[in-house]
Design a protein around this ligand. Structure first.
Ligand SMILES: O=c1[nH]cnc2c1ncn2[C@@H]1O[C@H](CO)[C@@H](O)[C@H]1O
Ligand SMILES: [Zn+2]
Length: 396
């Protein structure tokens, strides 16, 4: 891929000059250092592990071989509805009910991310969904952290060092968020970097969990909220202005607050791919008050293109708002969401954007630095990864 004339000129501070060849091939993407903020532990199992652990506990699966099961997850998650997409998790959560199962899944998650070139990741899961065989909430967290430390050690041995922190999630339809928030804070010095709420969005506004968010703020703890995926601007507004979310999980519907001459950009008659918009077209986009606030405050958007195609939040990669929001300089990050359900990886998400949305190495560098800037990791450690791992590769 070479540079196209439609790309915005790099601003001061963007160190890759526009004249430099930004060709991105498969191998470059594979080895590029990546930062991943939004990846569900229970959405990233190896199909072989689901099969093996299910056989051990007598859990019945919809397919009995690796390829068939991988395909079943992809196809079933491809429903166009978040609620149906989430039903596929029954089969992964079933094998994550023992300390041993949780530890193995966490260890393999870290190894798989490291093999994909990820150098920093935040892996999230909902401890309340892993209690059916008698584990306590604390035992669930401890088992996951053990598995993650094992995975980090194995990855370092394999020459692919990676740091993985966790986000403890509360399910938004349940009424446990305060208890889960306290659980997260209890384990803050043992690998838990933040808190999240997930699950069906429509009908379950984040303000139902205000008590948990107020508690977390008093504890100086970090949290992100899934918002603006299956429901629109009111959900994003509540997450930021009522709950105080530091980042937005997805936030893709923020595009509803972008207009040209009063028409929402997604409803424009002549739909030109965002990569091909001219600087004049970009300059004519008006930001509503919420979108302007999100951009002004540099609120990170944890965007997950493939997942959004499956749940119907976006029709195609080329038309996915990530490219428009990136070109308008929102703080966009690129994520996998659920590697098993989407049959994806960070490399694959990057390749899709390069092949179908006009991205090149500068875009990949930008979302990687953005993600690292937005991580729930102490500032000095974020800086260290940016300066010593990310920039040397992308600017080298
Ligand atoms: O994209 C998503 N939107 C909302 N909820 C999700 C998404 N992906 C996964 N989960 C939910 O988060 C739980 C904890 O990891 C998963 O069990 C699933 O129910
Ligand atoms: Zn998610």
């Amino acid at each position: 891929m070479s540079l196209s004339a439609c790309q915005p000129s790099p601003r001061k501070g963007h160190t890759v000059p526009e004249t430099q060849d930004q060709t991105v091939d498969h191998e470059t993407i594979r080895v590029a250092p990546k930062a991943l903020l939004h990846d569900h532990l229970d959405g990233g199992l190896r199909p072989a592990t689901v099969l093996e652990l299910s056989a051990q506990i007598g859990h019945e699966l919809p397919a009995d071989d690796v390829d068939g099961l991988a395909e079943w997850f992809r196809a079933s998650a491809d429903s166009g509805s978040l609620v149906r997409y989430l039903e596929t998790f029954d089969h992964t959560i079933a094998v994550m009910q023992t300390a041993e199962g949780l530890r193995r899944v966490a260890r393999e998650c870290v190894e798989d991310l490291a093999a994909d070139g990820v150098v920093y990741a935040e892996s999230r899961y909902a401890p309340e969904q892993h209690l059916s065989q008698g584990l306590s909430l604390d035992e669930v967290v401890e088992a996951v952290e053990e598995g993650i430390r094992e995975g980090e050690a194995l990855a370092a041995e394999a020459g692919r060092p990676i740091r993985v922190d966790t986000l403890v999630t509360a399910m938004r339809h349940a009424a446990k968020s305060r208890e889960i928030a306290e659980l997260a804070v209890r384990h803050r010095d043992a690998g838990v970097a933040g808190f999240d709420i997930a699950g069906a969005e429509a009908g379950f506004p984040p303000t139902r969990h205000l008590d948990a968010f107020e508690y977390l703020r008093r504890e100086n703890f970090h949290f992100t909220i899934h918002a603006g995926e299956a429901f629109g601007l009111p959900s994003i507004w509540e997450a930021i202005q009522w709950c105080g979310a530091e980042r937005l999980g997805h936030g893709v519907r923020l595009v509803d607050d972008l207009t040209i001459d009063g028409v929402p950009v997604a409803e424009l008659d002549d739909q030109v791919p965002y990569a091909e918009w001219t600087e004049e077209q970009l300059a004519s986009v008006q930001l509503g008050r919420l979108a302007a606030y999100v951009r002004d405050r540099r609120i990170p958007l944890e965007m997950c293109p493939s997942s959004n195609l499956q749940t119907g939040a976006s029709p195609t990669i080329a038309a996915h708002p990530i490219t428009l929001l990136d070109r308008l300089r929102f703080r966009v990050t690129l994520n996998t969401d659920n590697r098993l359900m989407s049959g994806t990886s960070m490399s694959r998400e990057m390749e899709l954007l390069v092949a179908e949305a006009g991205w090149d190495l500068r875009h990949l560098r930008r979302v990687t630095v953005n993600a690292m800037k937005s991580a729930f990791l102490p500032f000095d450690q974020r800086l260290d990864i940016i300066e010593n791992q990310i920039k040397p590769f992308y600017d080298g």
